[in-house]
Design a protein around this ligand. Structure first.
Ligand code: 1SD
Ligand code: ZN
Length: 263
């Protein structure tokens, strides 16, 4: 278990590299998806998600790790259409605070969204599990979904309604599964693609990023529930600290090309 890290204060992102040198390395994420770096790539086929349609008979673990709320995913969920098979491991969110309700990690031409969903997969053709894959250059593939405030989102409701069970760091509960496809935008054919990193320590440059062009919505009430019901502190600590603002700032694009699947 590495050194403790946070988003603000003495262990904040400017200090991550002191204990996690990759955080000052190359190919860091997130980045601003800036149209000056775009290159249309006709070989980028629609993302195909397999076995995302979980049923409520299955139980998943929802966990507050102090940095996000994370839902474990069954290994039959995977992506196809990439050069290798990428098996799902977990999903989690990054979000803003009630007073600063912009908390996506990726931005589009400088625009930050309300929140961002990450569905983390590992290259299961080459590696046995996510821990082994995490620091390999072809180890991980993450789907990023930008989230803005708008209509109520019933699928996000399927797990936001259990947040009260994981109020404190290191709490975990079992929750009924649901159709994870419903968390993604309707169009899986329009996306940005680039080589980047984990957005949290140890910042390994191991992620093939896919960020969908179209955002999804959650309601204002759903956003406020997310931003006010979970803490980054454990139950034992006397002063609870709300878990929000858990996004890393944009990293240098270093002239990376951002491939886009659409014109
Ligand atoms: O923040 C997550 C981190 O919790 C862990 O899931 C890691 C994968 O092992 O991925 C990062 S992120 O880059 O998906 N934000
Ligand atoms: Zn993430």
């Amino acid at each position: 278990l590495g050194h403790k890290w946070t988003y603000t204060g003495p262990d904040g992102e400017e200090h991550w590299h002191e204990h996690y040198p990759f955080c000052h390395g190359t190919f860091q994420s997130p980045i601003d998806l800036n149209s000056e770096l775009f290159r249309y790539d006709p070989t980028l086929v629609p993302i195909e998600v397999r076995n995302y349609n979980l049923s409520t008979y299955e139980q998943l673990t929802l966990n507050n790790n102090g940095h996000s709320v994370q839902l474990s995913l069954p290994t039959r969920m995977h992506l196809s259409g990439l050069h290798q098979r990428y098996t799902a491991a977990q999903l989690h969110l990054h979000w803003g605070s009630p007073s600063m309700p912009t908390g996506s990690e990726h931005t589009i031409n400088g625009k930050q969204f309300t929140a961002e969903l990450h569905v983390v997969h590992f290259n299961s053709d080459r590696y046995p599990n996510i821990s082994v894959a995490a620091d390999k250059s072809d180890g991980l593939a993450v789907l990023g979904v930008l989230i803005e405030v708008g209509d109520f989102n019933p699928t996000f409701g399927q797990f936001l309604k259990y947040l009260n069970g994981v109020k404190y760091r290191d709490q975990r509960i079992q929750v009924p599964a649901f159709d994870i496809r419903g968390l993604l935008p309707d169009r899986l054919d329009e996306y940005y693609r680039y080589d980047g990193s984990l957005t949290t320590p140890p910042c390994y440059p191991s992620v093939l990023w896919t960020v969908f062009r179209n955002p999804v919505t959650i309601s204002k009430e759903q956003f406020l529930a997310l931003a006010t019901s979970v803490f980054s502190s454990s139950q034992q600590e006397s002063a609870p600290v709300l878990l929000n603002g858990n996004y890393r700032k944009s990293q240098d694009s270093e002239n990376r090309i951002i491939l886009v699947s659409f014109r």
